[in-house]
Design a protein around this ligand. Structure first.
Ligand code: COI
Length: 354
């Protein structure tokens, strides 16, 4: 499908890239494409960033038929702009679409749309160390209808946001609260998919954690409240007695692109990596007997985020003296080195936009 381009006549001033934060500033353009049962996906265009005009009866407002993705564009020192494994996001988009009864999007079209949108706003890709252009593709159900049924019309939109660190702490270890009351997802639900509803249901846990001075929530499995799932904005890894462990994908966890890349990087470097169930009690016991070496989160927005402290009911688990550990440090350098084109990409993970 061809993408029609209308450039803005009023480009905005670029922000100071040392003060970006995450997800607060948007670029000059956006990509929009519509779907109807009769026409399929059609009318793809890039146009000036603007507010949407939608019926208040649009289904997305009532039943949350919505999906999103998150990936980044990176500026290299020699002036290229790279995406990191965008094929994985595009593939995951269609897995989410299938779960939410949203129509399939042609992967080649989706990747082209992402590249074309980044290209138009290439000047917005920041160059300050640690910054990137966060890309947020999403789909909303637009039928003006209050019956509970999959919509017949949708909008697929891509917006871009120059961003710095997701956490105010940057690469400093974050403090995380283990949630024992509320749950995020169960097998058979939508935990493996990237849907807004997963995040809406997690806000109460997030609010509780923040009130206690913690940055994020560590979610336990929805049935036994025993096994570790994920943090919501990131997947998690533990290093216990030399073994690197991350929860296995059993339907309630997001299959993160950074998670997959970290597993591949670690195995390539000779680490033993297990994708298996790990209980919060195993983590606590490891901390008690001195074998809990490191914990870190992985995500597109969060990159590699060392965890310095977990609070689980009345138990405080301090990890690696609340300092960044050697594995987290090595992974951050390797991953961002590949993403920013500083380290040779022997895995073929980066895709050039310019
Ligand atoms: C991402 O890492 O891209 C995410 O989508 C997490 C987020 C909710 C900020």
């Amino acid at each position: 499908m061809e993408i029609k381009i209308t450039r803005t006549s009023k480009p905005l001033p670029k922000p100071d890239s040392s003060k970006l934060g995450f997800g607060k500033i948007f670029t000059d353009h956006m990509c929009i494409c519509e779907y109807s049962t009769a026409e399929g996906w059609h009318n793809a265009r890039i146009e000036p960033f603007r507010n949407l005009s939608l019926s208040p009866a649009s289904m997305v407002f009532h039943y949350g038929q919505e999906m999103f993705e998150g990936l980044k564009a990176y500026r290299t020192d020699d002036g290229r702009i790279l995406l990191f494994r965008p094929d994985k996001n595009v593939e995951r988009m269609n897995n989410t679409n299938a779960r939410l009864c949203i129509p399939y999007l042609d992967p080649d079209f989706t990747l082209n749309a992402i590249k074309a949108t980044v290209k138009i706003d290439a000047d917005w890709v920041p160059s300050e160390p640690g910054t990137s252009l966060y890309i947020r593709p999403f789909i909303i159900a637009t039928d003006p209808f209050l019956g509970v049924h999959p919509s017949h019309t949708y909008m697929f939109i891509i917006i871009l946001s120059p961003s710095g660190s997701y956490y105010a702490a940057g690469l400093n270890p974050v403090k995380i609260a283990v949630e024992s009351e509320y749950v995020r997802a169960v097998k058979g639900g939508t935990g493996f998919a990237k849907v807004g509803g997963n995040y809406a249901g997690s806000l109460i846990g997030q609010q509780k954690a923040e009130e206690q001075g913690y940055a994020q929530v560590l979610w336990l499995d929805g049935i036994q409240h025993k096994y570790i799932d994920e943090v919501g904005a990131m997947n998690v890894f533990f290093k216990i007695n030399g073994e690197v462990i991350t929860p296995s994908l059993e339907g309630s966890i997001l299959p993160g692109v950074t998670r997959r890349s970290v597993i591949e990087l670690l195995r390539d470097k000779g680490f033993t990596v297990s994708e298996r169930r790990i209980s919060i009690d195993e983590v606590y016991q490891a901390s008690e007997n001195g074998t809990l070496e490191e914990m870190f989160g992985t995500g597109t927005a969060a990159v590699i985020s060392p965890v310095g402290e977990l609070v689980w009911n009345d138990k405080h688990i301090i990890i690696n003296n609340s300092e960044i550990g050697p594995v987290s440090d090595m992974l951050y350098k390797q991953l961002t080195g590949i993403q920013w084109g500083k380290i040779e990409d022997k895995y073929g993970w980066t895709v050039k936009v310019i």
